[in-house]
Design a protein around this ligand. Structure first.
Ligand code: ARG
Length: 461
């Protein structure tokens, strides 16, 4: 039999496979709360503008609340034949209240309905992502505060570069997450316009009040172009892009945790709560959660690529292709939230091996730059010459199998006669980090300054 929602011109129902490819109820049921909220706002507006009667609007509003409680109570029977969440809700409303249900869809289309529902959902996800990033920032700042002056090797090319502090390293991720929050907040602000009332694509001849529905749904204003409103999914693309960047940051931190927790590094130990064992090797403590966070960027970036690909060739306005937006965004949002929560848990529980960090910081000629800087400052050498002389000293130390501070003064002077015993002061890792006083540098004072700035920001959260 033909579809009751749109089957007027149809003699037969769809093929079973047509139904299978067409239906979205399997996933868009997640929009039920947004759909009912949007429909209630629409019905109230239709009554306020005199398009439907107040009693019909009341019946619709009440009936929708019943549908909501049925869904939340698990009593609702979702039907694939009814295609999507919009028609499932409306069909049940019809069963509950009869004729007035048929008036709800006045001056509306599923095109503006789904655009509205989905914006509401993605808007909530922006808020959730911001809250989750903030929680991770809190955990990182706590780590940074504890170890604001703990020295560790800073790396470039994963080769020892210069000593930095643990606090500085933690705060690097705080900055990244701060920008992630900014991206989610920007995306949220830009998407906060209400498509409802754009109808199928051209707007409507009914005297609707779009400002009223926009305000009722917490939007800043109605969208200004009906074609754009029903066919735009850039709000979802922006969310996915921000999510992919955030997940990239999480993946890098996860990679560091994997490296740092290895037997070769032993910089950190993951708590039992965030480790797994091996079924064969009894000694193992594997950082599975970190590895999975590192891997999950693949799904999130994949979702972004998938939706970009869906959208790039679509003519205006709505095409059914756009139904493919939801699963990608749902999966990316779920994945991001899980990754943020897991990372927050791991960072909060992390045991940091301060001694190992310091020992590693002192190896690998990490203060060679300090030596070169001393030659510039105290002996007046051009930096390039100082770099060359220091390189020679590193080669000498390496040939002897010692670190720079273990060379004798005579060794030093054999390379550059201007060197005095005072030079040895700058070869210590603590002096090295303490000297990096430039704004944003790794000196503990500077790190504490940034921690204080973030703690100030956190008070407003
Ligand atoms: N299930 C559809 C979607 O997710 C709702 C909009 C359908 N509109 C239409 N004209 N068939 O996009």
């Amino acid at each position: 039999t033909a579809n009751t929602m749109w089957g007027g011109r149809f003699a037969a129902g769809p093929d079973a496979i047509m139904e299978a490819i067409n239906a979205s109820i399997g996933f868009d049921r997640r929009l039920y709360a947004q759909d009912i909220r949007g429909s209630r706002a629409h019905a109230a507006m239709l009554a306020a503008t005199g398009i439907i009667s107040p009693s019909d609007a009341d019946a619709i509003g009440e009936g929708l609340l019943t549908v909501l409680s049925e869904i939340e109570g698990g009593q609702f029977r979702f039907q694939t034949a009814l295609e999507d969440i919009h028609m499932n809700v409306e069909a049940r409303l019809k069963e509950l209240i009869g004729e007035p249900a048929g008036r709800l869809h006045t001056a509306r289309s599923r095109n503006d309905q789904v655009a509205t529902d989905f914006r509401l959902w993605v808007r909530d996800q922006c808020d959730a992502a911001i809250a989750a990033c903030r929680a991770l920032i809190r955990a990182l700042v706590t780590q940074a505060e504890t170890g604001a002056d703990w020295v560790m090797p800073g790396f470039t090319h994963l080769q020892t570069a210069q000593p930095v502090t643990w606090g500085h390293h933690m705060m690097a991720y705080v900055e990244m997450l701060g920008r992630d929050i900014g991206r989610f907040a920007d995306a949220r602000a830009r998407m906060n316009e209400c498509p409802l009332g754009s109808a199928a694509l051209a707007g409507t001849g009914f005297p609707i009040d779009r400002d009223a529905t926009a305000a009722a749904l917490g939007f800043d204003r109605p969208t200004a172009n009906s074609l754009d409103a029903v066919s735009d999914r850039d709000f979802a693309l922006e969310f996915l892009s921000a999510a992919a960047i955030c997940a990239t940051h999480l993946s890098r931190l996860a990679e560091e945790l994997v490296i740092w927790s290895s037997a070769q590094f032993r910089f950190v130990a993951m708590s039992d709560r965030w480790s797994t064992g091996s079924s064969i090797m009894p000694q193992k403590r594997n950082p599975d959660a970190a590895e999975l966070i590192r891997a999950k960027i693949g799904r999130i970036l994949g979702a972004a690529v998938a939706l970009f690909t869906v959208m790039k060739g679509l003519p205006l306005a709505y095409s059914k292709d756009m139904q493919e937006d939801k699963e990608q965004v749902f999966d990316a949002a779920d994945t991001l939230m899980l990754a943020l929560a897991a990372m927050t848990g791991m960072i909060s529980d992390l045991t940091v091996n301060r001694e190992r960090l310091q020992a590693a910081a002192s190896s690998g000629f990490s203060t060679a730059t300090d030596l070169a800087d001393w030659l510039v400052r105290e002996a007046g050498l051009p930096f390039r010459d100082a770099h060359h002389a220091t390189g020679a000293l590193v080669a000498l130390a390496e040939s002897r199998g010692v670190d720079l501070p273990e060379l004798t003064l005579a060794d030093m002077q054999s390379v550059n006669s201007a060197i005095t015993a005072q030079l040895f002061d700058v070869l210590g890792v603590h002096n090295s980090v303490a000297s990096r006083q430039s704004y944003g540098g790794t000196a503990p004072d500077q790190v504490r300054r940034q921690i204080a700035r973030w703690k100030g920001a956190m008070e407003g959260w």
